[in-house]
Design a protein around this ligand. Structure first.
Ligand code: KG4
Ligand code: ZN
Length: 344
């Protein structure tokens, strides 16, 4: 089954065609990220204008790349071979979401194909299913770590999840970004740069100076806003500490908390697979730490390639394939405040 998916939740305009939920056939992405770097944050109006500009060219390139790849003579033959459409309906910026949602609805009606609405957050989880040579065994725990979310979820089977816990305040990516800004590393989406900076510190001379929030609490919740404040205090108290040392201690604190709580969930729920998804899943230290802990516990650790930790349409098609819940195109609506357990 071939599904064409559209993803426009924030500043990426993405389109992909995926076979049987796991095989990426084609994927095209355009991004307005560079514009937001200038302003130090996404300006929703700018993001949605760029979505409008990019949507049709991205869609057309996807269909053309697919036609060529599959050897179809005409565009019509290529389109006819697509079985269904999928679209991200939320969460995200409303102005960005409606571009993808409206396009998908119009296509579904014009091409007479079923349309499957998808929750973007579930999409990040399903990035683990794309071209993964190792089988994902249910039940599984998934750690979702992004700029807006930090959640631990138990996946019982496709479409059946149990919420275990999550952040009570800032998301972990947000905390990385705010700390990067505080340390003068980057104005916008500084997580990756902060992590690079931390690599420059060969020895952490301030181990334990920053708190490990909620690490010993008997639940699956997190809190990161205090950590960011602790960094601020540390910088004020010890202005001569090199940024790379603080970055290293900060990253260590975050990783310790995430690993401790995640592995607790893995053990208490008795699962054999751990998944991770979202932008922060690109973090090398976190990937290595979870890999190591899983190896010790005989658990298979799945994590998408770094490319699929960011926004892509590929995994939106994957969710659609496994959930297969089509909705009349007329009824599909964008929902900017969708949460992880909400139905799309
Ligand atoms: O929110 P998110 O999943 O973005 C999309 O949905 O596109 O991922 C972006 C977040 C930002 O907070 C960014 O700083 C963080 O992921 N991030 C990282 C790394 N790469 C991206 N945080 C820590 N280490 C990284 N290597
Ligand atoms: Zn995302």
């Amino acid at each position: 089954m071939k599904i064409l998916a559209i993803e426009t939740s924030c500043d990426e305009t993405a389109c992909a065609i995926v076979e049987d939920g796991v095989k990426e056939l084609v994927s095209v992405v355009a991004s307005s990220k560079e514009l937001h770097e200038v302003t130090g944050g996404v300006v929703p109006e700018v993001a949605s204008r760029k979505q409008m500009e990019f949507m049709m060219p991205v869609l057309e390139k996807t269909v053309e790349d697919y036609r060529r790849k599959m050897g179809f003579e005409s565009r019509k033959q290529a389109v006819d071979s697509i079985d269904a459409l999928a679209v991200t309906v939320g969460p995200g910026l409303i102005g960005s979401l409606v571009v993808g949602v409206t396009t998908a609805k119009a296509l579904a009606l014009a091409w007479k194909k079923p349309l499957i609405p998808v929750n973007h957050l579930v999409g990040h989880i399903y990035a683990n299913f794309i071209d993964n040579p190792r089988k994902i065994q249910f039940p599984a725990v998934c750690l979702l770590v992004s700029g807006g979310h930090t959640d631990l979820v138990l996946l019982k089977r496709h479409g059946e999840f149990e919420y275990l816990g999550g952040t009570l305040d800032d998301a972990v990516g947000e905390c990385f970004d705010k700390t990067a800004r505080l340390l003068g590393i980057s104005k916008y989406l500084g997580g990756a740069l902060l992590s690079k900076k931390a690599e420059e510190c060969k020895e952490n001379s301030i181990v334990g100076k920053l708190p490990r929030p909620m690490i010993r609490e008997d639940n699956y919740d997190f809190s990161f806003s205090g950590l960011k404040t602790a960094v601020k205090r540390l910088v004020a108290a010890e202005p001569n500490l090199p940024a790379e040392t603080i970055a290293r201690e900060f990253e260590t604190a975050v990783v310790e908390v995430l690993v401790e709580k995640t592995m607790r969930a893995v053990k208490e729920k008795g699962v054999k697979s751990l998944l991770m998804g979202g932008g922060v899943a690109a973090n090398k230290t976190l990937r290595a730490a979870l890999e190591k802990e899983c190896e010790k516990s005989g658990v298979v650790f799945h994590v998408p390639p770094v490319r699929l930790c960011t926004d892509y349409a590929v995994y939106i098609a994957s969710v659609a394939y496994f959930e297969k819940e089509t909705v009349s195109p007329v009824k599909v609506k964008a929902d900017p405040s969708l949460r992880i357990m909400d139905k799309a």
